[in-house]
Design a protein around this ligand. Structure first.
Ligand SMILES: NC(=O)c1ccc[n+]([C@@H]2O[C@H](COP(=O)([O-])OP(=O)(O)OC[C@H]3O[C@@H](n4cnc5c(N)ncnc54)[C@H](O)[C@@H]3O)[C@@H](O)[C@H]2O)c1
Ligand SMILES: [Zn+2]
Length: 399
């Protein structure tokens, strides 16, 4: 994944209503290295001044966690906090750490309910009991739920502890573990309380994906395909050529695909760490329709990535209806999404409710909606002023 010599070293360029990545950013270039046990490991550097950190990606990486934490300096205590469904991986991490430092293990129940202030409170008490201090590093082992929860506990306990992310779902490996958004839900509103708090290191072990249920794996794959659509035509083509390898979770294909997704997200985050320039919005492609689908079908009925898969197809059809793209671009997405096993057709849900749910989404401006829409493969734009009739027409055409 080294930068080609002919590629210009430029970063992000604002274009009419959107953003485009010109060449490769000069600060987040993945490189492949042989790790001590002979396995291949890719490294992505996330450039955020004094909050910069590295992401290590490869098979067998769990065992390297202790050396990654030692490299941070002054870490003498690890508290591993894991989703109970992946306690086995967490014990491997704890054992690896125990060779050189004190290492404790805590578990939390699986599921979105663990992203609550009650759970945060309990973890604060546990950390106090375990004598956590500034030399303690928290280690989050699990999917996005545990990453968001532990990140928030790290941001707040003693006004900030270091933490290491060990994401174990494909979604968390390509999305939630990169970018520093941490937080919990309120009973009425998801992700309503939180903090921007960057991890000190991220360790992605592709072996952990072997135990992931198929639907969860595919849900993450929707976000992977999204990166191709929004930022990287070459990645999209690579995914089209690798369907069979992706379906059998081939470790070397996953390593390089996950590294590329992390690199793309890292570039967006480095340019818009706190969501102030609008660039980070490109990551929401397919999400306005997707969030509405999740809400109207009842949270939990549809996985996030399944809703985003259908949402991307709807957004693409909307771009088509506005004359921004040809039908072929939508068809290419449908073919890839269906080939990997993702849904692309709208389930039978009341269109008015979907429209109402979209208006509750964050991207509302004076009653009209803004959508992230494709302009061509690998490039999206933020399009304002979309009204109900345009959205309804797309919903009609998407069953
Ligand atoms: N911080 C961010 O930028 C960001 C971005 C996207 C999503 N999120 C958040 O992430 C969460 C969703 O993340 P998720 O999809 O990883 O969900 P999750 O953490 O709930 O994990 C999904 C399921 O897989 C299980 N699991 C995890 N790893 C496993 C493994 N290796 N083998 C077997 N089972 C395993 C979990 O127990 C759970 O049942 C949401 O709360 C969402 O808000 C955050
Ligand atoms: Zn998403």
């Amino acid at each position: 994944m080294a930068r080609r010599p002919d590629e210009p070293l430029r970063g992000w360029m604002g274009v009419a209503g959107g953003w485009t990545l010109v060449g490769r950013g000069n600060e987040t270039v993945a490189n492949t290295q042989q790790s001590a046990d002979g396995g291949l490991c890719e490294t992505v550097h996330v450039a955020l001044a004094e909050r910069s950190y590295d992401i290590f990606i490869g098979a067998g990486q769990l065992a390297t966690t202790a050396e990654r934490m030692r490299a941070l300096g002054t870490v003498s205590h690890a508290v591993v906090i894991a989703d109970e469904a992946v306690a086995g991986y967490a014990r491997q991490v704890q054992a690896a750490c125990q060779s050189t430092m004190r290492a404790d293990l805590l578990t939390v129940p699986s599921g979105e309910e663990s992203k609550s202030i009650a759970r945060v409170d309990q973890l604060w008490q546990d950390l106090l009991r375990l004598g956590a201090d500034r030399k303690t590093c928290l280690v989050a082992v699990g999917g996005g739920v545990v990453g968001d929860l532990v990140g928030f506990v790290a941001a707040t306990f003693t006004r900030g502890l270091r933490f290491c992310q060990i994401p174990t779902t494909l979604l968390s490996q390509v999305d939630s573990s990169v970018g520093g958004k941490t937080g919990v839900n309120l009973p009425q509103a998801k992700n309503m309380v939180g903090a921007f708090w960057q991890p000190s290191v991220v360790v992605i072990d592709t072996d952990t994906l072997h135990s992931l249920p198929e639907r969860e794996y595919l849900s993450g794959m929707a976000e992977v395909i999204k990166y191709g659509m929004i930022l990287d035509a070459e990645l999209f083509e690579r995914l089209e050529r690798s369907v069979e390898a992706l379906r059998r979770r081939d470790p070397s294909v996953l390593r390089s695909v996950i590294a590329r997704c992390c690199e793309l997200k890292a570039q967006v985050v480095a340019a818009d760490e706190r969501e102030t320039t609008g660039l980070r919005a490109v990551l929401n492609y397919g999400h306005t329709f997707g969030h509405a689908l999740e809400a109207v079908s009842g949270y939990g009925a549809m996985l996030h990535g399944e809703a985003v898969s259908i949402g991307m197809v709807c957004a693409s059809r909307l771009a088509e209806s506005l004359g921004r793209i040809d039908a072929e671009l939508t068809q290419r997405q449908v073919r890839l999404l269906e080939a990997v096993g993702l849904p692309t057709r709208l389930p039978d849900l009341p269109h008015e409710e979907l429209w109402r749910a979209m208006q509750h989404d964050k991207k509302v401006e004076h009653g009209r909606l803004r959508f992230v829409l494709p302009a061509r493969m690998g490039h999206v734009e933020l399009v304002p002023d979309i009204d109900a009739s345009q959205v309804m027409a797309v919903l009609q055409a998407s069953h």
